[in-house]
Ligand binder design. Sequence first.
Ligand code: BGC
Length: 429
Amino acid sequence: MSEKIIFPEGFLWGSAQSAYQVEGNNYNNDWYEFEQIPGAIKNGDKCGESSDHYNLFENDFKLLSSLNQNSLRTGIEWSRLVPEENVVNEDELEHYHKVIESLRKNNLTGFINIYHFTISIWFERKGGFLKTKNLKYFQHYCEVLAKNFPEVDFWNTINEPGVVPLMGYLYGEFPPRKKSILAFSKVYRNMIKAHAIAYRTLKEYNPKSQVGIVKTIPYFYQKYHSKYWKKWIVSAMDFAYNQVMFNALDKGKVPFIPFAHNSLIKDSSDFFGLNYYDPVFFKFKFGIPIETDFKLPEQTETTQMGWGIYPQGLYEDIMRVKREFKGPIYVTENGIATLQDEQRQKFILAHLVEVSRAISEGADVRGFFYWSSLDNWEWAEGFEPRFGLIGIDYTTKERLVRESARMYGKIAKDNAISKQLLDKFELNL
Ligand code: BGC
């Protein structure tokens, strides 16, 4: 028999979004350019007005707050704020001040993201994060933020430092469409450094603000469930993609970054922002992992992204972060793209059960952010995947509150999951 599940007092119940994915009307970054390339985006979609959150943010915050959410992870778009080298756009400064003020008025604790996949065109022309010397421009942006937004309590530095190197520099599916292992490794290292630079800069100006990394930890299934050589190969890949970040924060050491930078990187996160979506399963040919699947071979139920649903992976990930990282943990993204809202409800519940299992085993998890608050621009997949608690009619921009948003709101209000709800979806702690 399942019992009611109670979460720790003061738990943050929120959802997450990123600036570019929801704001709309941004024509000054690498994604805008990328979207013009025929075939780059599924169905030829273009981000365009997206959910028009840039204009409708007050309405959206009110809505999220009325659904009992007490926090929101959202972002500032670098290419709006610093549209040209060393130029700060005063109107955009004012805009984001209004955004942050509106979060406060709506009792939403803001987790403000500094970098979430997009860079301005001028920065891209200089070589973006591929060139270590360009990090000075990122530092300048962080200074602008630190000086102008002392009211922000929580900053997220780099969203998923491994994803853009992987998707943009190794697989060539994101801008700048490179396929080079050397470029992947260089950009990944520079993103870790960029994170540390953001941390030091923000803390220098506002020592009380909480600043942290956000890292996706896909659950590399064969690392834990295979034997011998497959296990070793997958463990090596897990090291390169996941463990590297833990080692960086713990010891300051990153392969091929000179030791002189150890003290910059070591202990550069006040909390760990964990993003978790799915398991990863490698298919081997002649001993080489040739293909990556985001589901287990036996999994038939998948999401619109083709990802398998594996809630235990979230528990395993949290426990891993607990072992590797000394501070508090926030689940900064977890969610599902689906047209069946019941599937979303079950997904949320099943994952929350795992969060609570980890908490009961001593993990200091302080908040959960469902991805995503609103339906939004899903990068190279365009507008098809529906991740939102709140649906968007992209023609009218109408907001449609889904049942899952109400269910999530009820959990947030009670700070607990009722026994009835667990029984309804046949879940147990
Ligand atoms: C990213 C989001 C993205 C989501 C779903 C995360 O890795 O931070 O921007 O929309 O995954 O793919």
